[in-house]
Design a protein around this ligand. Structure first.
Ligand SMILES: Cc1cc2nc3c(=O)[nH]c(=O)nc-3n(C[C@H](O)[C@H](O)[C@H](O)COP(=O)(O)OP(=O)(O)OC[C@H]3O[C@@H](n4cnc5c(N)ncnc54)[C@H](O)[C@@H]3O)c2cc1C
Length: 368
């Protein structure tokens, strides 16, 4: 029922704008409005904080169905989870009440600020600093590649509070868009997910009350990594959705397109491509759903499974979308058809929340 209703909503209210959003590189406001109106913008927020209380699998299904029509729009529910999960996992009761309620109501989105210009895969090498000043912390630094920056009202920011301790000297904070000293860079010009703004976040003497720290001092990096264990599964979901959108389009196209006097879908060479695409996608889906169940239960092998799901599903999404372009021939290579957008959108799923090389490092360190 959930899948059917999100699919119907996505096809009616999000799909019609997906090509424009990509072409114009603009934020998908129509998608945000439709998702908020249907309580699907941040489904993971627990009911006790005014949210829909969706479990990890239901959240995956929502993201998957939105991504099936528009990769950029699927980053609304996905990044709301990424940004707010540190608060849910490690925040005080006061922080949860203060920030999860407005998020659930649709009054403000959440972003996640870990990466920096010189600290990507090696996020522990970050330079952003937070220095204690009485009942306040003062933050200075630059966060890079922040999804939905400028649109979101709330930002989970990881910053160094004790440079001697490396990752154990990093703490997490909630920073608000309106805090004095917060500003944003120009939107990045990207290959895909062009409707999802990616900007730098500048922190210039941002003075915030001490109770905005998420969890204890020095636990921020651990919280950031624990968050990714859960949210890499949402990137797998995004990858599945984008690939499913491309497969569905290619499937109907080959039935219509005629060459040599018959639909190209009658050729076994084409059928075998479709069979492989569907097979790989189904394998990725099963891995992702199993990982989502592990996320919900907090199983001890979640780190491996989350990385495996993200890595496998994103590699599959790249293969499936590339094959979908191939199945449309020259038409697939143009913006008159959606599969080239899907191929460009799929690429990012191999890069963010840890590149697929980094996922392999994570898996190798946590072999079952
Ligand atoms: C569109 C977009 C949105 C993003 N959104 C966010 C966000 O909301 N919040 C946020 O904090 N970050 C975000 N990111 C940042 C993203 O997570 C990083 O780009 C990513 O982790 C890689 O870091 P890097 O770009 O610095 O690459 P680098 O770390 O410089 O990597 C360069 C290459 O080296 C490889 N490499 C690095 N280390 C190893 C290793 N140990 N073994 C093998 N290979 C290795 C990488 O796989 C890659 O191929 C986003 C990025 C993009 C492009």
């Amino acid at each position: 029922m959930l899948r059917d209703s999100v699919r119907a909503l996505s096809e009616a209210k999000i799909a019609p704008f997906a090509a424009d959003v990509d072409e114009e590189g603009r934020f998908p406001q129509e998608a945000l409005d439709a998702l908020v109106a249907n309580d699907l913008h941040a489904v993971h927020v627990p009911e006790s904080y005014g949210g829909a209380g969706a479990d990890a699998l239901a959240t995956v299904i929502v993201i998957e169905e939105v991504a099936r029509v528009c990769g950029s729009s699927s980053l609304i529910p996905a990044v709301n989870k990424l940004g707010s999960l540190p608060v849910i996992l490690s925040g005080s009761e006061e922080l949860k009440k203060k920030y999860l309620g407005p998020l659930a109501k649709g009054d403000g989105m959440f972003s996640y600020c870990l990466s920096e210009p010189d600290a990507g895969s090696d996020a522990g090498g970050m330079k952003t600093k937070a220095v204690r000043d009485g009942d306040f912390w003062v933050l200075n630094g630059v966060k890079r590649w922040i999804t939905n920056a400028g649109v979101s009202d709330y930002y989970t920011v990881m910053a160094v509070t004790d440079p001697e301790k490396r990752t154990k000297g990093i703490s997490a904070f909630v920073v608000e868009k309106g805090d004095e000293g917060v500003s944003f860079g120009a939107p990045e010009k990207k290959l895909g997910i062009k409707g999802s703004p990616t900007r730098e976040v500048y922190l210039d003497n941002v003075r915030i009350p001490a109770d905005r720290m998420i969890g204890e001092e020095g636990t921020g990096f651990a919280t950031a990594m624990k968050t990714l264990d859960h949210t890499r599964i949402t990137i797998a979901a995004q990858a599945l959705g984008i690939a499913q959108g491309a497969l569905d389009y290619a499937k109907s196209y080959v039935r219509e397109r005629k060459q040599f006097g018959k639909p190209v879908g009658d050729f076994q060479g084409v059928q075998f491509m479709l069979a492989d695409m569907a097979m790989k996608l189904e394998a990725a889906r099963q891995l992702t759903y199993a990982a989502a169940a592990k996320s919900e239960r907090g199983d001890s092998d979640l780190t491996f499974q989350g990385a495996a799901a993200k890595c496998f599903a994103s590699d599959v999404a790249m293969e499936v979308t590339t094959d979908a372009v191939q199945l449309l021939g020259g038409y697939g290579y143009t913006r008159d058809y959606p599969v080239e957008r899907m191929m460009r959108d799929a690429k990012i799923t191999q890069i963010y929340e840890g590149t697929n090389q980094v996922q392999r490092v994570v898996m190798a360190r946590n072999l079952p």
